[in-house]
Design a protein around this ligand. Sequence first.
Ligand code: AMP
Ligand code: FE
Ligand code: FE
Ligand code: ZN
Length: 289
Amino acid sequence: MLSTPAFRGPIDLHTHSRESDGTESPSELIRAAAAVGLGTVALTDHDSTAGWDEAAREATRVGVTLVPGMELSSRYHGKSVHVLAYLFDPTDQALLAETTAIRESRRSRAERIVARIARDYDLTWDDVLSQTTDGATVGRPHIADALVARGLVADRGEAFAGILRASGEYFEPHYAPDPLHAIRLVRAAGGVPVIAHPATRGRAAVLPEDYLAELVDAGLFGLEIEHRENTEDGKARLRELATRFDLAVTGSSDYHGTGKPNRLGENSTEPAVVAEIIRSGRSAVVGGA
Ligand code: AMP
Ligand code: FE
Ligand code: FE
Ligand code: ZN
């Protein structure tokens, strides 16, 4: 019989490093996870696996179990849908081609957003680059950090509520596949897909049931229900859907270092769910117990 590698709780399956829009390096993130007593942590940078190797080395060193992962961008009828992907093969060519396309689109889109902002505010693309690690997935959070550095806003939250808001005059979206394609790509790469924070816009904005059924057929594994940005009525709807479609339920922090108020370990996932992710993923967890 196959045995599942040992891993310890508490478990946090959703975090970001500076390889996307977190504020800590992958090793700093792993040390922060160890410092708050987490036994298992997933690194899930947006559209990138660039932090996996560094995080793995540090996880082995400090005795935390790392679940290598990613938060893959997708879009459904104009609304952003984030797909957490765990333990896929990071060399899978189809998935790599897609994440490369998304990151390139994110970068040119960020440059255009900055060009529009620069008509009204003292901000340059170099300001944004100086807030971004080389090779990292660029997003609005880096533009926010540049606005903070220029003294134009107090923090990322103020930037997102104002200059960077999706309904604002400077905004444009980046390329992203639809969720069905995203989930198929993740499964084909041996990964385990979970929809991230599916109810941040409330019950009425949760994906429609017939579409969710298609995602389940394509291999959707679970829903991230315990997340601070899911609304309470949204969570109730997600629990109904998880029961109906026999989906796993996860809970996590979506830690971004100092970039968001979310704290490591503020939500967690049942060990049985993590054991199933480990059994069905093509890549292995690293380090730990
Ligand atoms: P983008 O993908 O470039 O459109 O930017 C969206 C990212 O910004 C998400 O990954 C969030 O983590 C982050 N974000 C959204 N709203 C806020 C906020 N109010 N404060 C800090 N970060 C935010
Ligand atoms: Fe983010
Ligand atoms: Fe997200
Ligand atoms: Zn996230």
